[in-house]
Design a protein around this ligand. Structure first.
Ligand code: NDP
Length: 389
């Protein structure tokens, strides 16, 4: 019986995680579930799994949560600190699936318990890669990658041949606009951007996928998770999302992991690791898939990828600035305040304007993050199309 906590239990990854856990109730006991304010979904999941604790980050949602949990043994709590306390309860396995920088402190709290953390919240590792990896090592925590690309790489990396890894190649679906002209991309709406062709995901990562910032964030994530040099990391567009990433060795061999485009596969891999567990998906029908295509990403239509690569190469505070500015710009795009192409423009502008020193602690990362959010917010304000001029 493994004890589990799910941070971000009401989201896309959180829901997929619950699905797997609820299919094997004899193997898992739920310690804590957290959300921001989706009380209905959180309380429902807490009732089904008999969770010990349910937490909403938004304190104004506590009264509703308490009412929704009436008659159960689940305790209710609220606030950002309470989310960190839930993360610190020391479950054997913690899913980190809060979206964005809000996940950073809870992930650190979970790592400090020295257990296993399954990481979906890539933004925390992009912002605080060195600090997080040091914390994981110092506390003896196991950090398992949930992102399908990193989970694929993790499965293809041979421990005994780590020094013979030549390159790691992350695959990208190319998102919903891979065939659109730059001109067409100016008028893209939030509804179009969140309609991903291959994956069903939360709004923020869907927009990141459409700008290809997602792949850029993933390059930085891979650098930290696997201790690779920037020139060992490549990304390639692979429309079918069948191969989730590849590892190339010195002898020219490429190892790839293939699977259905369903997050329950990588989540199950981390949930059962180092063993395997069954998932409900139909096996891949390779004959029906027929062909696998690969193409280079277009740097003109998808400038976010180059911004992320440059931030990765420069290191220091650059990845944290990139991530924070992107979060602000994506939220502004989803709120119809700026256009789709302005997301990368605001990130570039923030990177050009702001150049603090390399953060060497969690607090220093949070300072850089706050500074970048402030500048990106000003840039959004200056471009805001929802405000009549
Ligand atoms: P969703 O938007 O679907 O879910 C986000 C979760 O985070 C929800 O539980 C939400 O609660 C919670 N949350 C939001 N804001 C806060 C906050 N301020 N404090 C605490 N909790 C908060 O996101 P996804 O599941 O799509 O993605 C989660 C993470 O996983 C992201 O970092 C993403 O990049 C990564 N990821 C996602 C994949 C996917 O397939 N979806 C694939 C690979 C990685 P509430 O519902 O109450 O708002």
């Amino acid at each position: 019986m493994k004890t589990v906590t799910i941070l971000g239990a009401t989201g896309s990854v959180g829901t997929s995680t619950l699905d797997l856990i609820e299919r094997a109730p004899e193997n898992f006991r739920v310690v804590a579930l957290t959300a921001n304010c989706d009380v209905a979904r959180l309380a429902d999941a807490a009732r089904r799994t008999q969770a010990e604790l349910a937490v909403v980050a938004d304190e104004s949602c506590l009264a509703d949560l308490t009412a929704a949990l009436a008659g159960t043994d689940t305790r209710a709590a609220a606030g950002a600190q309470a989310v960190c306390e839930a993360a610190a309860l020391g479950a054997d396995w913690t899913m980190a699936a809060i979206v964005g920088g809000a996940g950073l402190k809870p992930v650190m709290a979970a790592l400090e318990q020295g257990r296993t953390v399954a990481l979906a919240n890539k933004e925390s590792l992009v912002s605080a890669g060195d600090v997080m990896m040091s914390a994981a090592a110092a506390h003896g925590a196991t950090l398992l990658p949930v992102d399908s690309e990193h989970n694929a790489i993790f499965q293809c990396l041979e421990d005994r041949n780590r020094d013979a890894v030549r390159r790691v190649i992350l695959t990208a679906s190319g998102g919903p606009f891979r065939d659109r002209s730059l001109d067409d991309m100016r008028a893209i709406t939030p509804e179009q951007a969140v309609a991903h062709p291959n994956w069903s995901m939360g709004a923020k990562i869907s927009v990141d996928s459409a700008t290809m910032m997602n792949k850029g964030l993933e390059l930085i994530e891979a650098r930290h998770l696997f201790g690779l040099a920037p020139d060992q990391l490549d990304a390639i567009v692979h429309r079918q999302s069948v191969i989730h990433s590849l590892v190339e060795y010195a002898d020219g061999s490429l190892l790839a992991q293939l699977g259905p485009a369903d997050m329950r596969v990588p989540i199950a891999h981390t949930l059962a690791w180092p063993r395997r567990m069954a998932t409900p998906m139909a096996p891949l029908d390779l004959a029906a898939i027929g062909r696998l295509d690969f193409e280079a990403a277009d740097p003109v239509r998808f400038p976010a990828l180059a911004l992320a690569r440059a931030a990765m190469e420069a290191g220091g505070a650059r990845p944290a600035i990139l991530n924070a500015a992107n979060e602000i710009a994506v939220a502004a795009f989803l709120a119809r305040r700026i256009g789709f192409l302005e997301i990368a423009a605001i990130v570039a502008d923030t990177l050009d304007t702001y150049d603090p020193g390399a953060p060497d602690s969690l607090d220093a990362v949070l300072d850089v993050d706050a500074g970048a959010r402030r500048i990106a917010g000003e840039r959004v304000q200056a471009r805001d199309r929802s405000v009549p001029s």
